[in-house]
Design a protein around this ligand. Structure first.
Ligand SMILES: Cc1cc2nc3c(=O)[nH]c(=O)nc-3n(C[C@H](O)[C@H](O)[C@H](O)COP(=O)(O)O)c2cc1C
Length: 194
């Protein structure tokens, strides 16, 4: 992959929150994404994170209502039936180290690695930090001594997402237009350099 292809991949790796729910992902599709995260860096190479895959319909239905979607889209309650994710990957940390900053950094790196792996397959991904704590019990990770750090919702993309500059009327707030296109403002490069 050359640098232009890499830039294109990163640009295409947008948050998607609406999916083609009837286009299923199998357990193996999600395992393949975790396999990309297996090679991600981790603090002291401790590799403490574990990944719980949700692909079965009953567990998907139990996880979905515990997730909080798009706080800035105030008149939208999350994906409707038919638009919901085809599966989830929960990134989990051992309870004893879950609050350790190194562990949280590892989690972010793993999440972005999975998001890029999903984008490379033209799949949509939404990294979710806002969820009800009992999602741990629903997925059975508490019983294993783990706590969920992030949930990644995944599926075939069911919405159009475009990047734009942050100099417009919306500032940094993502927004959805009348046609349903989701807009994501990003800062110009010169604002990032200090
Ligand atoms: C650490 C983190 C937590 C996030 N949590 C949520 C969440 O709880 N619910 C949600 O709908 N989106 C969540 N997002 C997605 C962000 O809203 C999204 O990344 C942001 O709007 C920018 O869009 P982009 O990913 O397309 O660049 C989260 C993203 C990150 C990185």
């Amino acid at each position: 992959m050359n640098s232009k292809n890499f830039q294109d991949l990163v640009r295409s790796s947008r948050t998607h929150r609406r999916f083609a729910e009837d286009e299923l992902l199998c357990h193996g599709d999600l395992v393949a994404l975790v396999n990309a995260a297996r090679f991600a860096p981790s603090g002291n190479n401790m590799q403490v994170l574990r990944f719980h895959i949700v692909s079965e319909p009953a567990e998907r239905s139990a996880v979905f209502p515990r997730l909080h979607w798009a706080a800035l889209l105030r008149d939208w309650n999350g994906p409707a039936v038919g638009e919901r994710p085809a599966g989830y990957i929960a990134i989990c940390a051992p309870k004893a180290v879950a609050a350790n900053p190194i562990c949280l950094i590892d989690t972010g790196i793993a999440a972005q690695t999975i998001a890029l792996a999903a984008a490379s397959r033209d799949l949509g991904c939404c990294i979710i930090k806002s969820f009800d704590p009992d999602v741990n019990d629903v997925m059975g990770v508490s019983a294993e001594g783990y706590v969920t750090e992030l949930v990644l919702a995944l599926g075939v993309r069911g919405e159009r997402v475009v990047l734009e500059t942050s100099e417009g009327e919306h500032g940094l707030a993502y927004w959805r237009d009348a046609e349903g296109t989701h807009h994501v403002p990003k800062l110009p490069l010169e604002d990032l350099l200090i």
